[in-house]
Design a protein around this ligand. Structure first.
Ligand code: HEM
Length: 203
């Protein structure tokens, strides 16, 4: 069953994802122009893009565990997921910069508000990943170093979760649930048996 699904997926190209990805963003702006995003459309767009960025990070992190534990092979889509997630984070950042704070007190916000500092840090980690997500860079950097560099996505996902935890006011389940999902996906990548054996050998 999963084998047939994988061979079906092998025939699906990844490039349409790049064409489809801007559609929901354009839709969001269209709704804002139509006055259908409530009293604060900027905040609505900012929040939605932040959520899509987090979903993208989670989708990227899920690829390896899905293959390892369920045999579902989505590897060919991983690069597109990563690049699209970067553009959602960039769009989220630009909405904050241009529409929300309108270039006012940007540096003060980055330094004073912890959730902005953490969000910026997550974005900064993503820039080298996005810039090296092409065949030419993989060849130049070499596959081993490239894979090591792209492990930074784990840090980005944790920073994204922390950013969400810090920005909500009062107790809310949503950021806790996202953090739980991200931590679980990272835990699924750890080879606990090998880790246990290494710890025992050292003791
Ligand atoms: C890895 C990068 C990032 C991720 C995954 C992320 C994700 C999120 C999420 C999930 C939300 C909450 C959405 C909701 O309430 O439903 C949010 C809100 C927000 N983010 Fe980010 N974000 C990132 C980077 C940034 C950056 C770089 C900035 C700006 C410098 C930023 C500024 C904001 C602001 C201003 C809010 C709304 C806060 C409020 O409620 O007033 N984020 N983000």
């Amino acid at each position: 069953m999963i084998g047939a699904f994988n061979s079906g997926l092998r025939r699906v190209p990844a490039w349409p994802l790049y064409i489809l990805a801007p559609v929901p963003v354009a839709w969001l702006f269209w709704l804002a122009v139509q006055g259908q995003l409530g009293i604060d459309p900027t905040k609505s767009i900012e929040h939605q893009l932040g959520l899509w960025a987090l979903w993208g990070l989670i989708a990227g992190l899920a690829v390896t565990p899905l293959r390892k534990h369920l045999g579902l092979n989505l590897l060919k889509f991983r690069r597109a997921i990563g690049v699209i997630t970067f553009f959602y984070v960039l769009a989220h950042l630009l909405v904050w910069l241009v529409l929300d704070v309108q270039f006012q007190n940007v540096w003060a916000d980055i330094v004073k508000r912890w959730y902005i500092t953490i969000g910026m840090l997550g974005f900064a980690f993503m820039v080298p990943l996005a810039l090296t997500s092409n065949n030419w860079s993989i060849r130049r950097v070499g596959p081993v170093a490239w894979r090591r560099l792209h492990k930074a996505t784990y840090v980005v996902a944790l920073l994204g979760a922390l950013h969400f935890l810090l920005l909500v006011k009062g107790f809310q389940w949503e950021p806790i649930l996202y953090t739980g999902v991200i931590v679980s996906l990272l835990a699924l990548r750890v080879d606990w048996r090998a880790l246990g054996a290494r710890t025992q050998a050292r003791a």
